[in-house]
Write a protein that binds this ligand. Structure first.
Ligand code: AHM
Ligand code: MG
Length: 311
């Protein structure tokens, strides 16, 4: 007998129905992110054919070269969210300042990394989008634990939308034939322990001694290194198969590389909902009070047992 599979839209609607006095506003917001993700997916899939590979010739606020696809994804998401009527402000890796949406009285703040892993665009590598949603009442600079929802889209062998409302993590796979994300991974739980680690070990001369001795120890124990340079790809693998991820403070980057609001907090929130553990300097990054939208933070996360050993 045919068993129907919920689409992402069905699922979001069901979740919102469980909330007393829900207005539907959150459903509209997530549906807009879903729609933008489908368009980004279609552009990424066609990027070898269209004139959208390569650099724009400019740099962003973090002095990183902006790729054409970075700009496309940013403009699309900012435009879609600004006109959704649900958003009060948008923070993005490609914007110097928060984009305040003055035309509507939206309730939510959305923080975005529109295209994560963009240094791999020209080599056809896995890419991602990261999003994080807050209520506007706490303002633009809020602790990660205030997130209402967070998630990522991974444009890999298949395209998946993985998110949490602050309880459970669910994954939806895009069926390209019908153009819908279908519930494929319900209530994802991260394995507590696995012998893989992900870090840019090319920086190990800049790591502190303790970290280097930990890395030597796990190598002797037979850990395998898996590193793609795309946080979303790393996260998805670790959420599904376990292991650890580390982007620590280095002597050159004392606050690490990853951006607290745009990368660290959404991933930490999702990882913790999936049963994993995240760690910044001496505790979870979710309790750090950000001082600016461009704050960075050292970041590690992984399965519960892996992280106990690391910490
Ligand atoms: P991006 O969002 O501009 O692509 O940069 C962030 C990426 C992360 O996805 C990844 O974890 C990290 O930068 C890799 O940095 P490195 O090349 O230093 O290993
Ligand atoms: Mg990124």
């Amino acid at each position: 007998m045919y068993k129907s599979v919920p689409t992402l839209t069905d699922f979001i609607l069901q979740e919102e129905r469980k909330i007393k006095n829900a207005t539907g506003s959150f459903t509209i917001l997530l549906t807009q992110i879903e729609n933008a993700a489908k368009i980004i997916n279609s552009h990424i899939r066609a990027s070898g054919l269209a004139d959208i590979l390569g650099k724009t010739g400019t740099t962003n606020v973090y002095q990183e070269e902006v790729q054409k696809l970075d700009k496309f994804c940013n403009d699309l998401l900012v435009n879609t969210l600004s006109t959704s009527g649900q958003v009060y402000a948008i923070i993005s890796e490609e914007l110097e300042k928060p984009h305040m949406v003055k035309e509507y009285k939206g309730e939510y703040i959305v923080a975005l990394d529109p295209l994560d892993g963009s240094s791999g665009i020209d080599s056809n590598s896995v890419l991602g989008t990261i999003f994080s949603i807050y209520h506007k009442k706490g303002g633009v600079l809020q602790q990660g634990k205030n997130q209402v929802a967070a998630g990522y889209i991974v444009y890999g062998a298949s395209t998946m939308f993985v998110y949490t409302f602050g309880r459970d993590v669910n994954g939806f796979t895009l069926d390209p034939a019908i153009g819908s994300f279908l519930l494929s991974h319900e209530n994802i739980r991260m394995p507590e322990y696995a012998k893989t680690y992900a870090t840019n070990e090319g920086n190990s001369l800049e790591f502190d001694e303790e970290l280097n001795s930990y890395l030597s120890k796990i190598k002797k124990e037979g850990y395998k290194l898996r590193y793609s340079g795309c946080l979303v790809a790393e996260t998805h693998r670790i959420v599904m198969q376990g292991g650890i991820f580390l982007y620590p403070a280095t002597s050159k980057l004392p606050s690490g590389k990853l951006r607290l609001l745009l990368e660290v907090n959404p991933i930490a929130f999702l990882v913790e909902q999936a049963g994993g553990v995240s760690y910044a300097v001496d505790s979870s990054p979710l309790s750090i009070a950000p001082k600016s939208i461009s704050d960075r933070s050292p970041f590690c996360f992984g399965g519960k047992k892996n992280m106990e050993e690391l910490i």
